[in-house]
Design a protein around this ligand. Structure first.
Ligand code: PHB
Length: 386
């Protein structure tokens, strides 16, 4: 009897640390972001936002401390599968957070879907990720490319534009952004008369600007972001088009770029799910915390990083840090109202935010919110009920 008890106690003692391990072990978060190239500043802002939320939570999600493994994806779709496999197969991460570029995220979504690894996308708006490729373990904290484009299509039509030329990088983000714009703009009675593009991340805008000047449209709709957006806005002004042909775009055109764009961005109208001067208690505390931590003002990318961490924390709180319980994680995130600095939002049937699109105007160094262009706008990719 005594011997049995001792043996049982020994067995329990031997098992205890093993059972405790998943709870006690650090949560490995793979950050796959651009840390170089035209989107480098976007990757940096996303990581800062993510870390800020974590710090606010005492460094833990689902009761587990977090350790990071980082990969610079260079916004290069050709390297994307190798890069994401490094995180999943070599580093054995529990969750992947990334990325910015729509072409890169497609490879990430495929690997996440095949391996079952939890993926939270803190920017890249590729429609397929929360459409045809949607999965129980894939979420987005940002937007679909269609969303801000659609909102701007309505705004441009209401502001009286009839003929518009579009110009963008030729890849999913630009194409889908233009698609959203065109859908709403043509519904509103406008016409897209020419679609111009150049390869990502090219910045040889001059010949295209000459073409725009010759076409004389009422307005131009454009998708560029990061370093490319800085140069485009400056080149547009240098070509003498600013003030002559209205320039519209999703807010990526002027977010995180105003210092570098200076007066050339003044007065521009954009649509986005974040902006300056929201003046809510949540946004105020977020901005104060961000400024204190980094000595810089946050932008939309910082917000998306912050909310990616929030969504992860919501999911893992429901499972006490167990990443294997996919259905429970999904249920918790699907049912949540996320307390974002952009304003509260929910996650739609295909795991994309349902959110307000603000109309903003550049005033000095601010993307000043001047109204709501579309309320609770959901991506039309609703084909993925889970
Ligand atoms: C994208 O590739 O999906 C993308 C990149 C940068 C942005 C927005 C979308 O600012």
């Amino acid at each position: 009897m005594k011997r049995t008890i001792i043996l049982a106690a020994l067995a329990a003692a031997a098992l205890a640390p093993m059972q405790a391990l998943p709870q006690g072990a650090k949560l490995k978060v793979g950050l796959m972001l651009p840390y170089s190239g035209t989107y480098a500043a976007l990757g940096d802002a996303i990581e800062k936002g993510f870390r800020l939320y974590l710090t606010e939570q005492g460094g833990k999600v689902g009761g587990r401390e977090v350790e990071f493994v980082k990969v610079d994806d260079e916004s290069d779709p050709a390297k994307a599968t190798d890069n994401v496999n490094k995180l999943v197969k070599r580093d054995n991460v529990d969750v992947i957070v990334g990325t910015v570029h729509s072409g890169v995220v497609m490879a990430m979504a495929k690997v996440a879907k095949d391996s079952g690894t939890l993926l939270i996308v803190p920017n890249a708006g590729a429609g397929a990720v929360t459409g045809a490729m949607c999965a129980q373990n894939i979420f987005r904290s940002s937007f679909s490319n269609w969303q801000p484009g659609y909102a701007m299509g309505e705004v441009a039509a209401k502001r009286g534009a009839k003929k518009v030329v579009t110009i963008t990088w030729k890849y999913a983000a630009g194409d889908e952004s233009v698609g959203g714009f065109k859908e709403a703009f043509e519904k509103g009675g406008g016409q897209v008369v020419k679609e111009l593009s150049l390869p990502f991340p090219g910045v040889e805008f001059q010949p295209l600007l000459t073409e725009i000047a010759a076409l004389k449209p009422d307005a131009v709709y454009t998708f560029f972001a990061g370093g490319g957006a800085v140069k485009f806005v400056k080149d547009y002004a240098a070509a003498g088009l600013k003030g002559k042909i209205a320039l519209y775009g999703p807010g990526f055109l002027t977010d995180g770029t105003l210092e570098a764009q200076g007066a050339d961005a003044d007065g521009l109208y954009t649509t986005l799910h974040y902006g300056d001067g929201l003046d809510t208690p949540k946004d105020k505390s977020f901005r104060a915390g961000y400024a204190k931590a980094y000595g810089a003002q946050p932008d939309v990318y910082s917000v998306q990083g912050y909310d990616a961490a929030q969504m992860l924390a919501i999911g893992l709180a429901a499972t006490k840090g167990d990443v294997s319980k996919k259905a429970e994680i999904a249920k918790a995130i699907e049912g949540a109202k996320i307390d974002s600095p952009r304003g509260p939002f929910t996650i739609g049937a295909s795991h994309n935010p349902v959110q307000d699109m603000y109309l903003r105007q550049v005033v000095g160094k601010d993307n000043k919110v001047i109204g709501v262009a579309s309320t609770a706008l959901a991506d039309p990719g609703r084909g993925c009920r889970m």
